[in-house]
Design a protein around this ligand. Structure first.
Ligand code: GLC
Length: 558
């Protein structure tokens, strides 16, 4: 295979949050069999790869990101047979499966941790990071490190052994110690366990947190308060000594070696890492021998932007930092971030513009379940939040900051059950009387798969048409993207070409509420897509050689 043909470079990925996709048993929680029943929906939509948030055994304190057995399925989601069945059904449909792999930590309920905490001389003691407290007395944490989401120390005290254990995220999830070769070996063998079954790749959860400074040096103060995707500092603390260590960049190459043991088909690694673009590049390895790619969160809801110039600036930066054969990713949302459509005041025509952008750029588009039908972000109370992060901030004076600054204090709002139809429980559960694990917002009556399927001008059908166009046109899968200079229109419109040896496509996106008369770039342009379903050809004004783009219209022509 040439660099150009690797399957993951051109694929389209859909993220399923298993708890919320489809319930087959009627208990109000999604499960694997439910997903199997909906694979035809995904296939018909045009999805080629599915990334599943974790469905492994877990006490579900962080809904699966707290794993208590890395090699089995959580009973509420099904059995290992269900998993095998799901994988087979996906492969039969020529779809790839990417599993979430949470290497950084295990649940506090994992038998490894229970052993490790039991005594200082337990063989599993060194599987986690235990240290004495600060002298004198040892009753203060070993250093000033803070958790990822708060002002609280990243250390928990255990009286029985008079030592502290390190955790980066929540006290229910304890960091594994990758300086211990046994841990590394066990986790690499766990990867092989799933790869042997046929899993096509892994999404690596908070990979940037794998290693910590061996000397446990204190992190310095900074004025930065809010977290950002460009830099790991937050809440007045730098994270120089607990994130993005050189050892972690090397670890990415070790992971790749495990993946490269599998060649038919090649397997895929994508990292959830946060840092500067230079730090992110290091995860790809000096010779592209690290992760295949990382998430680029520039367009997620924490930095909402509906401005063509800003978007062009971000894309240019990404193109420059990750030229071919590096593959960028374009992500608008996931299970941690507020749904982007709510930042667009739930406006469908605007969402169609962003969908057109995402599916015509170079790189891998990630679509979060429900995004294709325009599911909204929902407000939930912090006190009763299912998400432990929400409960952690329950005392916060402002209940939700979502719409103000793009930070949501509970992630429940983007995790509500998939809206399949307008019947009670939105067709999510076969049991109409069950209380679903998160309340389904009333919007399901209008925003649901069934009604949007029947409407040719719906967001769902716009996505479907885009997936098909992406698949059928080699220019959309190739490496070249060139911006088109628009002069005075550049504050309203974004335009670029996608170039392949045998095909040239033009993409124009009107971000303004006015129609535009734009200079025609070629004679007899042939329209192959418009976000306006009923439009079948471009309106050309031959007098001044221009064409008309309606307000909030996105088009592709050749
Ligand atoms: C990642 C996951 C998030 C989880 C956290 C801890 O950021 O996306 O959902 O809570 O890691 O595993």
């Amino acid at each position: 295979m040439t660099e150009n043909q690797k399957w993951w470079m051109n694929t389209t990925v859909y993220q399923i949050y298993p708890r919320s996709f489809k319930d087959s048993t009627g208990n109000g929680i999604g499960d694997l069999r439910g997903i199997i029943n909906k694979l035809d929906y995904l296939k018909d939509l045009g999805i080629e790869t599915v990334w599943f948030s974790p469905f492994f055994e877990s006490p579900q304190r962080d809904h699966g990101y707290d794993i208590s057995n890395f090699r089995d399925i959580a009973p509420e989601y099904g059995t290992m047979q269900d998993f095998d069945h799901l994988l087979k059904e996906m492969h039969d449909r020529d779809m790839k499966m990417v599993c979430d792999f949470v290497l950084n930590h295990s649940s506090i309920d994992h038998p490894w941790f229970i052993d490790s905490a039991s005594s200082k001389d337990n063989p599993k003691r060194d599987w986690y990071i235990w240290r004495d407290g600060k002298k004198p007395g040892g009753k203060k944490p070993p250093n000033n490190w803070k958790t990822m989401k708060g002002f609280d120390p990243a250390w928990m005290y255990f009286e029985n052994t008079d030592q502290w254990v390190y955790f980066h995220f929540l006290p229910s999830m304890i960091d594994l110690n990758y300086r211990n070769p046994e841990v590394k070996e066990e986790m690499f063998n766990t990867m092989r366990f799933w790869l042997d079954k046929g899993v096509d790749g892994f999404r690596l959860d908070i990979l940037h947190a794998i290693y910590e400074d061996e000397q446990l040096r204190d992190d310095k103060f900074t004025f930065q308060i809010l977290p950002s995707d460009k830099n790991t500092a937050a809440l007045f603390r730098r994270h120089k000594y607990d994130l993005n260590l050189p050892e972690t960049f090397n670890f990415a190459m070790d992971l790749r070696k495990v993946m490269d043991e599998y060649t038919d088909p090649e397997r895929f690694l994508i990292g959830e890492v946060v840092g500067t673009i230079e730090e992110m590049r290091k995860y790809y390895g000096p010779n592209n021998n690290g992760l295949h790619t990382t998430f680029l969160f520039e367009f997620t809801s924490t930095s909402p932007s509906f401005k063509p110039e800003k978007i062009a600036e971000v894309i240019s930066r990404i193109e420059k930092a990750l030229p071919h054969p590096y593959t960028p990713t374009y992500v608008y949302g996931n299970h941690d971030r507020s749904r982007y459509i709510s930042f667009l005041k739930n406006k469908i025509d605007k969402a169609k513009i962003l969908a057109t952008l995402q599916l015509t750029l170079r790189g891998i588009p990630f679509i979060y379940y429900g995004e294709e039908i325009g599911m909204h972000n929902t407000m939930f109370k912090l006190k009763t939040s299912e998400d432990p992060i929400g409960r952690k901030y329950a005392m916060f004076p402002i209940p939700q900051l979502t719409s103000l600054i793009g930070v949501s204090l509970t992630r429940d709002g983007c995790r509500t059950p998939m809206q399949w139809n307008d019947e009670h429980n939105a067709g999510f559960s076969p049991n109409k009387n069950v209380k679903t694990w998160l309340k389904i917002p009333d919007s399901y009556k209008k925003i649901n798969v069934k009604s949007e399927n029947d409407d040719p001008n719906s967001l769902l059908n716009c996505y479907k048409r885009l997936f098909k166009i992406r698949r059928d046109n080699s220019a959309l899968q190739e490496r070249k993207l060139e911006f088109i200079e628009l002069g005075k229109f550049s504050q309203k419109c974004l335009a670029y070409k996608r170039i392949h040896e045998t095909q040239l496509l033009y993409i124009f996106l009107n971000f303004s509420d006015r129609s535009l008369e734009l200079p025609s770039l070629k004679e007899n342009p042939k329209l192959i897509f418009s976000t306006i379903y009923s439009k079948s050809r471009l309106e050309i004004d031959s007098n001044n050689n221009s064409f008309k783009l309606d307000s909030y219209e996105g088009i592709i022509f050749k």
